[in-house]
Design a protein around this ligand. Sequence first.
Ligand code: DAT
Ligand code: MG
Length: 150
Amino acid sequence: SKTERTFIAVKPDGVQRGLVGEIIRRFENKGYKLVGLKLLKPTVEQAQQHYSDLSSKKFFGGLCEYFSSGPIVGMVWEGLGVVKGGRVLLGATNPADSLPGTIRGDLCIDVGRNVCHGSDAVESAEKEIAFWFPEGVVSYNNHSEGQIYE
Ligand code: DAT
Ligand code: MG
């Protein structure tokens, strides 16, 4: 449905490298609707919770250290198929495999510094949105909706 939502984050490397606007631009240009946005510095505990599914991986410690090393921009985007479509905009997890035209394919090199996060399923998106936006998201009418959807 048009109200499907996903959690997208610009990771600390993306913020430090000045890529926030570039990443937001790609979601805006696609036609997705921004319903949540905040700059925050995750604690290590928040990073561990966010990535809890990966706690058995050997890179988990480094991943959580990196994710909590500086501010991130957390966002909630809404639109038809936005969870899968958001992952398409991000590109493959490892930038070595991400196609040109994707955020990771165009903007980064190392899997451990891949500039952005995107929920991988509707269910995990709901969990991540509740975790990072416990206060809820913003409700408003998008004046372009009739131009984006038939
Ligand atoms: P994604 O971010 O595409 O959902 P993931 O959930 O499998 O990928 O992993 C989360 C993050 O962990 C990923 O963005 C970068 C890091 N990561 C994944 N695999 C890694 C690896 N083999 N070595 C180092 N970091 C890795
Ligand atoms: Mg993931």
